[in-house]
Design a protein around this ligand. Sequence first.
Ligand SMILES: [Zn+2]
Length: 89
Amino acid sequence: MVTEVFTRKYCDPHAVRDEKVEATEVVQFAWEGTVREVDACAECKKEYETRFEPLVDYSRPVKKRRASKPKAEESAAKAQDAENESANA
Ligand SMILES: [Zn+2]
């Protein structure tokens, strides 16, 4: 059985206005010390680049791309993260 894994992304800034615009860009920005990202169309990306927009609570923390990584490697990476965090504290 073949499962469709491709999910179409929609522009987040447009989505909050109930408009479905396909997202072709990802906008990244710093938010309270972490890098976050939103999906955006080219139009919105331009808008983000020209001004700082604080109304981005629909954003999410940037996740590491999971590209069919073995489980072991993934948990090793998590342990590494924890190590880094305690080192920073
Ligand atoms: Zn947009």
